[in-house]
Structure formats: C-alpha cells, structure tokens
Design a protein around this ligand. Structure first.
Ligand SMILES: *[C@@H]1O[C@H](CO)[C@@H](O)[C@H](O)[C@H]1NC(C)=O
Ligand SMILES: CC(=O)N[C@H]1CO[C@H](CO)[C@@H](O)[C@@H]1O
Length: 754
C-alpha cells in the first residue's frame, strides 16, 4: 500500500523546476532606477551646455579653451546612445531564472521507454575542422547514456570530403570498442581525445584484466588517430582501405567540394543484426551525408545542411528530438539528452517547449581568459535573463529541438505530443540499400524548389546567423524555449586562440545579428505582440552590437585629444553636475565587477574582458557595421568565413602564456594600436602641459574626468604597448602596423577641436 502511494504522488512531481536567480531583484531594480535618473541628468547637462549658448558657463571652466560645437554634439549623441543601450541591457537583468532537472524522476516514470533522438553534427571543411576533431564529437554523442535503438547520429559534411568519410568509417569501427568501454569504466567525458587527455594512465582502482582492457582501448584509439592523420597528410585514402567499404566508390576524380552528387552512407544501422558492439549490444545508427552541391544552386550554408539532415533523418529514424551540435563541440555529459527530455516530457509544463538550449563553453580557456572566451557573464546572467522573459536564443549548437516545431509546426493550446511513436511497419522492413536510396533524393539541390523549406520549415535561409532568426520565429509561433545551464557543462568546444580569430568571430556574429535588426525579422517589429517586450529588448542587445562602435571610438579619441589641448568636456569636480557622471561611471563599473565576481570570474578575467570589449567595439563591430551598410546598399554578397581551428605550436604556446597574438598586418590591429598610441601620447602630453604651463589645481579639477578616461584607456592597453614596443616574438605588432599607427595618431592630434 505504502509504496503504491509514494509512486502515485511521484507521478505528480514535475520533471524540472524553475528558480529565481539569487541576485536580489528589488535591490537591483532600485539601483537600476537610480542609474537611470543620473543618465537623464547627464543628458540634461549636455543638452543645456552646448558651447556658444548662453548657459554654457555653468559647469565648464571657461578660462580654459572651449570645444568646438561638433565635439559637444558628438559627446551628447554618444551619451544618448550609451544611455539607451544601457536601458536595453536592463531587460536581461530584470528577471533572471535558473532551471533544474530531475533525471531520477524521468527514469522512474519512463524507464528506457524514451523517444527517438537524432543528433546532427555539421562540418564544412576538412582542413579547418580536422576529421579527428569531428569524430571525437561523433563518438561522444554515440556513447550517450541512452537506448541505442532510439539514438541516431548524422554527419553533414559540406566539405564533401573523402577524408571525413574515412574518419567516420574508422570511428564506426572504433565505436564497437568505445561504447562498451565507456559503460564498463563509467567514462566521462565520452570524447576519446578529451578523456585520454585527462586520464592518461589506467585509473589506479582497476584490476589486472581491466587494466589490460583499458590499455587496449587506448591503443586502439591511438592507432585509429594515427591512421586518419596519415591519410590526411597524404591527402587521400589508400586503395587498400577503399576496398573495405562501398562508400568510397562515390568519390570519383571529378568530384569537387562545390560540385558533386548526394553521397549518403549508412555506416551503422540499428536494425541491422551485425551492428553490435564487442559485448553484443546494439549500436546507435550512424549516417554520413554530403548533400548534393551544384555551382548553379545556392546551398544556403549551415541552414541548408541542417534542413537536408532533417529530411534525411525523417526517412531513416525520424527521432522526435533533434540535437544539433557543431563538429568541434563534444558532449561533456553523457546524460545531457536525458536532461533535455525532463523539459520536453514534463506532463504539465513540457507541452509548449520547442527547444532547450545549452550554453557554449570551451575546454581550452586559459587561466585568466585573455580573449574573454569564458562567457561566464553571458551564460550565467544574460541568457538566464532572456529565459526569464520566455525565450532563449537558439545559438546553433548544443540545442535540443522538438522535431515538429523546427519543421514549422504552429503552437496550439491543445497540442500534446505523444512520445510513443510507432515506426511505420512498411518503412521498418526496408533494407539499408533501399533506405539509402529513398533518403538520398531528399538531399538533392532541387528538392527544396517550390517548398517551404528555408522559410516556414526548418532553418531559415538568407542570413549568416540563421539559427537566431529560426529561434525567434519559433518563439513568435507561440512556442516556449528553455535555457539550460547546469553546473557541469553539457558541451565543450574549441575557443579561438588568436586575437584575429577572436575578433573575426565577433565580426561574423555581430554582422549577422545587425542584419536581423535591419531586416523584416527585427525583434521589435516581427516579435511585436507575439513575444514579451523584455525578450524583444534582449534580442536587440545583441542585434545592436555594431552601432556601439562609433560612440566608443568617439569617446576614446576626442576627450583624450581635448585633454592634450587642455579643453574640459566634463563638469569640474566641485560642480554638482559632476555627480551624475561620477555616479553612473563608478556604479556601473563596480556593478559589472560584482557581477563578474559573482559568477566566478577573477578580477584579472574581468579586466581582460573589458579589454576585449574595447577591441571588439573598435574593430569587429566597426567592420561589421560598415560591411552591413555596404551590403544594404547592394554592393557585395554575403561571404562566410569559418575561423580556422588549427594553429601552429608557437602560437599555441603564446596563447597558453597569455600573450596577445597580433603577428599579421590586419587593419583591425592598426585601429587598436592607433587608439592605444593616441591615448598614451595625449595622456603624457596633457600631463606635461598642465604641470609645466598649467594653472595648478583648478585646471586639473576641470580635466579630471578626461584624465581618468584617458588613463584607464592607457592601462587597459598595456599589453598592446608591450606588443608594439617591447616584444620581439612573432606575435608582436608588425613594424608596418606600428609606423602606421604612430602616423595616424599624430594626424589625429592635429584635428582642430577648439
Ligand atoms: C566536464 O565533465 C567532467 C566530468 O567528466 C567534469 O568534471 C567537468 O567539470 C566538466 N567540465 C565543465 C567545464 O563543466
Ligand atoms: C590551454 C589549452 O587547453 N589549449 C588547447 C586548446 O585547443 C587546442 C586544440 O586546437 C589544443 O591543442 C590546446 O592544447
């Protein structure tokens, strides 16, 4: 009796819960209110003190020079922008929540009776994304703690590369050893590369026979890796190997990356009796797909690849849950899929959830996170704030979808998905060859003609960050989404290890996001009436990254130049108008420090984060703004740059030693070093001038704000000066860039400002 009662109430318990983040809500709102009032005061000050108008004598010391009017107006516009942007950023700090799952309850209620799950891994280029990286991701998800007959893994290879196929073929053989190995030794993480990097010797607790097994598997992995790397070095697969699988015959000499037929190979099929591991257990299905490419057809990048996979997988396994991961993001938690199911399968609250997004995390972030790849504030604060308004941003990787919603289903109140889907008996009887034949046509270039694919169905086309638009569209169709950020990270990727890579990545993201803002998908108009205002604002924080570049450049250049010339732009310290400036600057800085520390950053990390934000605004955002405007005017086509994931050892060493990597003559570096040089010159020049010729304390009192601004800019740029003047290694700033920046900084000093 008693036990039945317990299991009865057990049935009522939710599979996940939502908690408010611990940061005090009311306190924060009061604090934000006080900042808002002071921002308004700053605007009032600027608007009422325009030089040349009667009231201008109020704050600024007019014994010193008076700035030209454009300087003042520029500051006013910058401050208006910063203020408005600050208001936007309040949305993601207003209502933060955190999600927790109960996998034990899921297991109790459903056992192994779980829905089918299809996992998509996308790769685009075997040189930029090495096949060994790809198969480690594949193996990590094949080894999920999940019923293998319900699990299918699909690779989309947009590089159409025989080498990637070969690596996958090797992985399919190795998986027979790897999956039972993971179960036997409770291996975590289940990417062999990551595991053997962390555990290089058999764990001391093992017995003799186990040690032998352990070492055998490790050796098997290393042999496989060496064979794959040898093939890559050779640039082709040997004839010997090609005889082992029929799939290799697809690669005729005419095939190129941009022109080939659909290549679809089912390497392991769950229903095939021979697909068992070394313990005799069934293996998950594994499918290789290189969709058809023809030069006259647009292939729509990753969105096109995912849409092909959606169709092909619907024919082969038709899992109700679809997970998409990037090929460089292995799964760090073999139970992640079960976590996601806790959301979808919750009886009371799960029916309206379209997708569950896990954050992006990286496994090779250095100690003080020089390039700000840790994303701690974004992952722990900002995204949880969006979730609080009913939406997570679909970031394209580490995201679990309900197949029906990503394929275009609209939400209706009475919708309930049945998780016990039967396989169509006729489809189930087909042989692998028949299956391959039937699903192949779904990946042809012409298949999507006159269909809703790329529009209402699947991922949307026509924008470099198609995932974000797709997520927004799903939310606008009435669905809910979840942001799930557990303590132990679900997915770990490879972070950029050079400054160039880091900045280009942000350029690409910000450009795509800004295009969304300018398109019909602008969250304010497209989402109006469909999603909450807070969520619309939240999206726009990211969509409006690029326009931040101009006010930032203005603020980092003009006040410093005025400092050099002894022209005050801010109220003097004894004026009451000084207070709002000091309050806004001081309290927002302190709060950002507090926020960073509260999510686990160190002070150095916070400082590095600020440096990178300055760099991003000066370069990535500037370039993406300019490129977007040029494109809007109809001048150039979208080009998609993938950031390379391989660099040489010397660069890696500098990365590990946390030295900024410049090294090439990128225009981005020229801008960064020009601003750095300019601020150093103006700081020193301004100080000398006011000490030697200046009027003592009075002058300093009027210039204090600019001194602080300029001084902080110099401090944040200390590593840039090192790279400019002191470092001799190949990662230093090249001589040409140095000369250019000194020249440009000198020119800037000649700009007439008074
Ligand atoms: C990855 O998983 C391991 C367990 O295998 C865990 O110890 C580690 O903390 C996880 N990494 C992150 C970044 O959460
Ligand atoms: C510090 C660290 O973990 N660095 C690793 C980053 O990722 C590369 C792979 O591209 C490794 O080789 C590094 O060791």
């Amino acid at each position: 009796m008693g036990s039945r009662e317990i299991s009865g109430s057990e049935h009522e318990l939710p599979l996940f819960e939502t908690k408010e983040a611990k940061l005090g809500k009311l306190g924060y709102r009061l604090f934000a209110g006080s900042i808002f009032v002071n921002i308004c005061l700053i605007w009032v000050y600027r608007a009422t003190h325009i030089p040349g108008t009667s009231s201008s004598s109020l704050g600024v010391d007019e014994e010193l020079g008076v700035p030209k009017r454009w300087v003042w107006i520029g500051l006013l516009l910058s401050e208006v922008w910063f203020g408005l942007y600050w208001i936007l950023t309040q949305s993601i700090r207003w209502n933060n929540i955190k999600r927790y799952t109960f996998k034990d309850r899921l297991a109790l209620r459903y056992g192994e009776n779980l829905p089918g799950a299809d996992i998509f891994v996308c790769t685009a280029d075997p040189t930029i994304e090495p096949p060994t990286l790809v198969i480690n991701t594949v193996l990590s998800v094949m080894a999920y703690d999940y019923p293998p007959d319900k699990l299918s893994v699909y690779i989309s290879d947009d590089g159409g590369s025989e080498l990637t196929f070969y690596a996958l073929y090797e992985a399919s053989i190795f998986s027979r050893h790897w999956i039972p190995f993971c179960k036997e030794f409770k291996v975590e993480p289940r990417s062999p590369a990551a595991y053997f990097a962390q555990v290089s010797d058999p764990p001391p607790s093992l017995k003799n026979q186990c040690i032998k097994d352990w070492l055998t598997t490790k050796r098997l992995y290393e042999y496989m890796k060496n064979r794959i790397e040898a093939a890559i070095k050779l640039g082709k697969v040997s004839e010997e190997i090609k005889k082992q699988h029929k799939g290799f015959s697809e690669w005729t000499p005419e095939i190129t990356k941009r022109d080939h037929q659909t290549i679809l190979q089912i390497l392991i099929h769950g229903r095939d009796a021979s697909s068992v591991d070394t313990d005799g257990n069934q293996l998950p299905t594994l499918v290789y797909l290189a969709r058809e490419k023809r030069s006259q057809h647009s292939h729509n990048f990753k969105a096109g690849a995912i849409n092909s996979l959606l169709r092909v997988s619907s024919e082969i396994s038709n899992g109700q849950i679809v997970l998409s991961v990037d090929c460089d993001m292995y799964s760090n938690d073999s139970k992640a899929l079960r976590d996601a199911l806790c959301f979808f399968m919750d009886e009371k609250k799960g029916y309206d959830i379209a997708f569950v997004q896990c954050p992006q995390n990286f496994n090779n972030v250095t100690k003080s996170d020089l390039y700000a790849n840790g994303f701690r504030v974004i992952n722990n604060v900002e995204m949880t704030g969006l979730d609080g308004f009913g939406g997570s941003i679909y970031s394209g990787t580490g995201c679990f979808h309900r197949r029906e919603t990503i394929c275009g289903r609209k939400f209706t109140e009475d919708y309930r998905e049945s998780w016990n889907q039967e396989i169509d008996p006729i489809k189930a009887k087909r042989s692998i060859t028949e299956l391959e034949k039937a699903s192949k046509v779904l990946a042809d270039c012409t298949y999507e003609e006159n269909t809703q694919w790329g529009n209402e169905m699947g991922l949307k086309y026509g924008c470099p960050v198609e995932d974000v638009i797709t997520g927004l569209a799903i939310q606008c169709r009435g669905w809910n989404s979840i942001y799930f950020n557990p303590e132990r990270k679900c997915f770990l990727g490879v972070a950029p290890v050079t400054l160039d890579q880091a900045l280009i990545q942000y350029k690409r993201w910000s450009e795509g996001l800004f295009q969304i803002f300018l398109s019909k998908y602008c969250p304010f108009t497209y989402g109006y009436g469909k999603i909450k205002l807070g969520l619309q604002m939240g999206y726009c924080i990211y969509c409006l990254w690029p326009p931040n570049s101009f006010p930032t450049i203005f603020y980092l250049v003009v006040p410093s130049l005025c400092f050099l010339n002894g022209i005050p732009l801010f109220p003097k310290m004894s004026s009451l108008w000084f207070l709002p400036f000091a309050y806004v600057f001081g309290s927002t800085s302190l709060y950002s420090l507090y926020e960073a520390l509260s999510v686990g950053d160190t002070i150095t990390e916070w400082w590095n984060l600020h440096r990178i934000w300055v760099f991003r605004r000066l370069t990535s955002f500037l370039f993406s703004f300019v490129d977007t405007v040029i494109r809007q005017l109809g001048f150039s086509q979208t080009t998609f740059v993938i950031t390379p994931k391989v660099v040489d050892d010397e660069v890696l060493k500098r990365y590990e030693n946390e030295m900024l990597e410049f090294g090439n003559t990128s225009p981005m570096f020229a801008i960064i070093s020009t601003v750095a040089v300019l601020n150093l010159v103006t700081l020193l020049g301004g100080l000398i001038k006011s000490v030697i010729f200046g009027g003592g304390i009075g002058v300093f009192e009027s210039l204090i704000s600019q001194f602080i601004l300029c001084g902080l800019t110099v401090l944040v740029n200390v590593p840039v000066y090192e790279a400019l003047f002191f470092r001799k290694d190949n990662g230093a700033i090249p001589f040409f860039v140095m000369v250019t920046s000194i020249f440009l900084a000198s020119l800037a000093c000649l700009i007439p400002i008074s």
